[in-house]
Design a protein around this ligand. Structure first.
Ligand code: SF4
Ligand code: SF4
Ligand code: SF4
Length: 241
């Protein structure tokens, strides 16, 4: 049974502690960035930023300003489209014990556009120097040592939970029921397909374009022949009712 995250955005204050903790644990260097008129910084995920707290501001019909926080990262898809699109043996693997989708040094031999294009959440990034494709690895080194992922450990607001899938799913449903009492639009995002489940209280599009699965930019011949991409197929089926 894979491990699972619950990221409860209703508890997130956009403190960015998780973003910084990820960077520190992964020993990723600081990079020049720029202020783009929003609290979100850097503006997007990069090969040195595997976790990014996205920040959106919306003016509602009544003139009130609402803020939406979304601590973005790889969803560790249960049937990962990026892995299905891989053409290099051993470049993208899935750890049996945890379900973590892990990119190895062999990703340098992959076609980056194909791998990024296959991801419904636009997560993979490439290091331009060594050509390796990178993303969150579920802090596999910490899991092996019996520790929580660094981002989960760092969240003082208790917005992130990590553990056995059945227990986290149970908690997610209970928390959803609680939030729905005051926020009827609350929902879990693609919970049946992912090991990183977000709870949001409003339209997911208000949080981030890729908060829910988007159609892949590139669907490879290999994927089409395999009839792969089950997360999107399930989503399409659900929308058809
Ligand atoms: Fe949100 Fe917790 Fe991350 Fe802070 S550490 S940005 S509260 S998820
Ligand atoms: Fe791969 Fe994207 Fe799924 Fe992560 S979210 S496992 S990068 S397809
Ligand atoms: Fe970063 Fe580890 Fe959290 Fe992934 S699980 S976002 S690598 S801190």
């Amino acid at each position: 049974m894979p491990k699972t995250f619950l990221i409860d955005t209703t508890r997130c204050t956009a403190c960015r502690g998780c973003q910084v903790a990820c960077k520190e644990w992964k020993n990723l260097p600081a990079v020049p960035t720029k202020q783009t008129g929003t609290h979100q910084n850097p503006p997007d995920l990069t090969h040195f930023n595997l976790k990014l707290v996205r920040f959106s501001e919306h003016v509602e019909k009544n003139g009130k300003v609402s803020w939406y926080f979304f601590p973005d990262q790889c969803r560790h898809c249960l049937e990962a489209p990026c892995k299905q699109a891989s053409s290099v043996e051993g470049a993208i693997i899935q750890d049996e014990a945890t379900g973590a989708v892990i990119y190895t040094e062999k990703t340098a031999q992959e076609d980056f556009d194909v791998i990024r294009g296959a991801c419904p959440y636009d997560i993979p990034r490439q290091n331009p120097e060594n050509k390796r494709i990178v993303k969150c690895d579920m802090c596999s080194d910490r899991l092996k040592a019996g520790m929580l992922p660094m981002c989960v450990k760092s969240c003082a607001m208790g917005a992130m939970t990590f553990g056995e899938r059945a227990e986290v799913m149970d908690l997610a449903q209970k928390r959803l029921a609680e939030v729905k009492k005051t926020k009827p639009k609350a929902q879990l995002l693609n919970p049946d397909d992912l090991a990183v489940i977000f709870l949001v209280e409003d339209d997911p599009k208000k949080y981030h374009e890729f908060a829910v699965a988007q159609a892949p930019a590139l669907l490879t011949r290999k994927q089409m022949l395999a009839g792969a991409f089950s997360p999107l197929r399930r989503l399409a089926r659900a929308m058809q009712g």
